[in-house]
Design a protein around this ligand. Structure first.
Ligand SMILES: [Fe+2]
Ligand SMILES: [Fe+2]
Length: 284
């Protein structure tokens, strides 16, 4: 039955294709010989993404007095990692915009939650060096993508589960397992495989709840688990989990960070909440 569901869900016609730019950015990041020029080239190759990136850079959120007209300028002003993460978000945002009207609130909550988790993960990666910033960002952005797929496939049935989890304060994974036999971690793993995402990101998607334990040795899983908990703590968007992960300081210690970092990240996510919605507006 589970294999059946897998076939239904991970059918090329049912899942959005992974934007090439995400794959390219991850590849450029992995290559120690690549630099600013390579990232610039990757972004410029995707004209629609480049145009949106310039629009975003010139939006009120950044408040630059000078008009940004080229990707090169955007890299100078927003920074290399900033451009990489904005390009990945802009190219993924469309996936959170599809669906019927009654799905839109859930999807936009999920979008803000995914952006908050990605932003937190990037900040943690920058400080801890547990993984690269781009990988952390992409893993944060995609960690709950299984929910997007489940919402798209089961429609109202899944939306109802979202409501129930929040109202009854139960982990959404439990409801998913009892209703579908699988949870969004498993679905995210299927999608990550279908998309051929790097193993590091697939492992995180697969275990961001079940593997968020103090005996976890995979720092990427810990890092995104922490980022997920901080996104809930900041109350930016909602991932639909009725019993969100709670962060205690020992998790931060495990990735080599001080417990005060958590507050810092929460403040930053809150500050960026408007930018997350602005980004969604820019999506096709
Ligand atoms: Fe999750
Ligand atoms: Fe989440």
């Amino acid at each position: 039955m589970i294999e059946n569901l897998r076939e239904q869900l991970v059918n090329v016609e049912n899942i959005p294709s992974l934007p090439t730019i995400v794959q390219d950015i991850l590849q450029v990041t992995e290559d120690p010989k690549s630099g600013v020029k390579d990232v610039q080239e990757v972004v410029e190759r995707d004209q629609s993404c480049a145009v949106k990136l310039l629009k975003l850079s010139n939006s009120a959120y950044y408040g630059f007095s000078r008009q940004i007209t080229t990707v090169k300028q955007a890299i100078v002003i927003i920074g290399l990692e900033g451009v990489k993460s904005a390009a990945m978000s802009l190219s993924m945002a469309g996936c959170f915009k599809e669906g019927a009207r009654d799905q839109q609130q859930v999807l936009s909550d999920l979008w803000a939650h995914s952006m908050a988790t990605a932003t937190a993960a990037q900040m943690l990666a920058k400080k801890s060096k547990a993984t690269s910033e781009a990988v952390a960002y992409c893993a944060g952005l995609t960690h709950d993508f299984g929910k997007v797929i489940l919402a798209g496939h089961f429609g109202v049935r899944y939306l109802e589960m979202f409501r129930q989890a929040r109202e009854e304060k139960v982990p959404i994974t439990l409801l998913e397992q009892s209703e579908f036999g699988v949870d969004h971690e498993t679905v995210a793993n299927w999608i990550a495989e279908a998309w051929d995402l790097p193993d590091e990101i697939r492992e995180i998607a697969k275990s961001h709840h079940s593997g968020f334990r103090v005996d976890q040795t995979n720092k990427g899983i810990l890092l995104v688990g922490i980022a997920d908990a901080l996104a809930y703590a900041a109350k930016v968007g909602h991932g639909g989990n009725g019993r969100p992960p709670v962060l205690d300081g020992q998790f931060l210690k495990l990735i080599g960070l001080d417990s005060t970092v958590g507050n810092e990240v929460v403040v930053e996510i809150k500050k960026q909440a408007d930018r997350f919605s602005a980004l969604l507006q820019l999506a096709d």
